[in-house]
Design a protein around this ligand. Sequence first.
Ligand SMILES: Nc1ncnc2c1ncn2[C@@H]1O[C@H](COP(=O)(O)OP(=O)(O)OP(=O)(O)O)[C@@H](O)[C@H]1O
Ligand SMILES: [Mg+2]
Length: 347
Amino acid sequence: MPNLIQVQNASKIYGGGLIKRSDATIAVDKVTFTLSDEYPTITAIAGESGSGKTTLSLLMMGQISPDAGQVLYRGRDIAKLNNEERTIMRREVQPIYQDPYAAYNPFYRVDHVLQMPIKRFRLARTKAEATRVIENSMEMVGLRPAETLGRFPHQLSGGQRQRLMVARALLCKPQVIMADEPVSMVDASLRATILASLRKLNSELGISIIYITHDLTTAYQIAENIIIMYSGCVVESGAVNQVIRSPKHPYTKLLISSIPLPDKSKKWGGQEADETQNKGRKSTGCRFANRCPVAMDICWKEKPPLYTTDPDRAVACFRYDDSPVMESLDVAAVFSRKGKAQPGATQ
Ligand SMILES: Nc1ncnc2c1ncn2[C@@H]1O[C@H](COP(=O)(O)OP(=O)(O)OP(=O)(O)O)[C@@H](O)[C@H]1O
Ligand SMILES: [Mg+2]
């Protein structure tokens, strides 16, 4: 069985193109990542604003094309899918966005957003079957159909609107849900409810979840694996427990030091590099060099490869150059193959 999604050495450059690189933004820089079809996983893609998370997810969904490298869906180049194959992919890979309001038309009752995929993907043969499918998926995410259907978008709470988006994704019987900051606009208790429903979809229905966030706390709560991005590059990846509890890349350490983890055993003594020290200094090597408190000479000149520091860990930092270089470059190759491992929050 081919892998579900394979991102192969893919880059996305906005403005300027590959040739005129000076005024271009390299949003995703040679990322290789495989989402296996073997077992359902929850993978967090984390990093600060502008690090390329959304761009990577758009590449994975075929909504934008890479400027270099390629993206495969079930072994086929997304760019070369025919209409029928593309429709299947659009059904199997379902996005959930940050702002649920954007998906609704204020003049239609919310039922409309649920009926659209039913028609588009022919998910029910009769009206009664459509109603049953809709109600089932709403109940999966903890919404009561009688209280929700028939209303207009503004008559629902933000949390209800977002859960309806999860229900809509669910209708399509997806293989993957790509959730881009799905809980950043809801309050803490709803956040927990929505994250719990995403986990349930993973464990009970076998749907893989890609959870995109700048918030490591929720990534830790929901995911089994994590990819940390900085400036379009993957700097660290592995089991969420290991990466969050004992980060290796200086950037991950910096991110972790800014979040309150109740049982954080190790505090990182380091601080961000003195800004004045390296201000304006351009690195042709590691993108993080001018913020890194432990940058070495080589970091300014060469881009670090991914080192496999542990069996389920990859780190792009020269400080780990005594570990083997990861030849496959696949940041997911280090993910545990145990299948439904318990995510961090329950350990
Ligand atoms: N359509 C676009 N045109 C030009 N530049 C873009 C476009 N989309 C993204 N970028 C740039 O690409 C880089 C990566 O953006 P992206 O949206 O992928 O980051 P992100 O990690 O999702 O950030 P955030 O956490 O703020 O959502 C940023 O520098 C951004 O300004
Ligand atoms: Mg984004």
